[in-house]
Design a protein around this ligand. Sequence first.
Ligand code: ADP
Length: 638
Amino acid sequence: MMVECILLISSILFCSVSVYRARINTRQAIWQRMLDIANCAAGSVNGDILKTLKEEDVGTDKYKDLYDRLAVFRDNVELEYVYSIKKIGDKDYIFTMDLDQVDPASYGESVKFTEALDKAGSGAAAVDEVPYKDAWGEFYSAYSPVFDSSGNVAGIIAVDFSADWFDAQLSEQTRSNLISHGTILILSLLVGAVLSLLIVRPFVLYQGKLLEEKVLAESANHAKSEFLANMSHEIRTPINAMLGMNEMIINEDKRAQENIDGDVTIARDSLDNINSYAANVKKAGDNLLAIVSDILDFSKIEDGNLEITEAPYKLSSLLRGLNDMIRFKAQDKGLDFDINVERSIPENLYGDVVRIRQVLGNILGNAVKYTEKGSVKMSVTGDPQDDGRYMLTVVVRDTGIGIRSEDLPKLFTGFERLEMEKNSTLEGTGLGLVITKRLLDAMDGTISVESEYQKGSAFTVSIPQKILSVTPIGDFKASDESTIKRNEGLYESQTVEPAPVANKPLRAPSARILVVDDTKTNLVVLVHLLKKTMIRMDTASSGAESVAKAADTKYDLIFMDQRMPEMEGSEALHKIRATQGGASSDSPIVCLTADAVIGAREHYLAEGFSDYMAKPVDYESLEKMILKFLPAEKIESA
Ligand code: ADP
């Protein structure tokens, strides 16, 4: 807009100056025309005759000859009066002949003195630049000297033009100048506007955008640097705890060894300490893992790699999974935990259940994390929408620390943790709610918060879902205890429903499992974790080795690492499947990978893996996975 204004103002200024200059030029052109006429008239007169003209010559042939010559100008040119003048003294001029037919001045009558007249008396044609008024009206006069044969001024021929004629000429020229300049102005404005629209505006916008991007990049850079500094602290804290605890375990182990054959109480005390330090190592490890997962998820979302994968799912399975995940955490802190589900909500829905679980898990997790006493309650309700979808609304209410109203706007801003002085002992990155909000945005959902500081908070999440069948979920609490079933076909692919955990330790001595990983420690960890199951464990440290072993041996299950040199896990999977008559061509192959960012599970399932597990693995999930795939007859629960 600014550019257009500058263009408009400068065009108008330019045109005004041009019109003003044109008016001055027009004046000069009119004067020049008057002079030309005066010169022509003077040129038609014989100077020697004019010089000798006296009062008594009036009416003679000599007089008439002069008169007729000048009358041509009087009768044919737009001038008002034409007459001849003679200088008789300094600044003293008289009429010698006046061609006015109505009221001619008589010979010897004095002529009004002007500078221009005097100039002509000195031999140079001149014109009055200001009009003069007399008894005959208002005029501009042009004067031209007439020379005799010896080159002296013999007299002056004057032509008078009325001021009205002069003004009419001037206005006509000015009008046509205005029209032509106006046309030029409009045309140049049009050209300017087109240029501005096509070139200047995009250029200016581009410059503005560059500037805006620069500012954004700088502030993003600043936020990232701040984030890195924070993360460095967040990551170092659990690592510090782990290394410290490990050091203490080593010391206690030494103490136990030294006293094993002596003071048994000391040895036992050391073993107890080792146990408690190891539990702390696990806690710090879990914390570290949560931080790393959040960071990876966040950076994946920031890169725009967030895909929503919709599929059929059972609402009760989703809620049961959440219940299992949160109930124990709440119980550990002595909190009441309760899920209330409206009976009429359809059980079979269609949506991205993995993301929904992540969203609700995050909010429930926060509710437990930021509540010291009281309860965490989740209520699930729903509403059919006009567009045929179903609006699932989940409210998570806690009686925790609450959030100050001035802090509410910061909740969904990346890397913001509130009340750091109070919460510094609680692990977290400040990314959970940002991730939650982005996930909801991608699913067309919303989140809102109501909170009273030091009283509690209520997070409300609404997500539109498609309905697969109107069968209602019914009494969720009753179904909760009774309906955990495995292998529900259609809905199993989403693996929302946790596999049943055996009550007794798993034993499967007749089963055979292959673990593939290029990192030796990972193989050692897995083999040792599963030692007590008595399953026969084989290992392969490359994709090629796993393909060869799978061709020869029938495995009940294969755990396949993904990132390996030479042959990646996915390639090995395809090769095993493609081996004609291979002993394990049809065996279940589970992807066991450190690639654990959002979307990784979907990616590997689409590759053809039977299931997916993220590293680091814990025994419980490993056992669940084995139970899911091992033939039932090979499982002996000890
Ligand atoms: P964090 O990893 O720190 O939990 P979140 O993004 O999940 O990150 O939450 C951001 C901040 O919002 C938390 O640090 C906490 O201060 C506040 N917050 C989130 N949920 C609650 C809650 N239920 N009650 C009180 N404060 C909360």
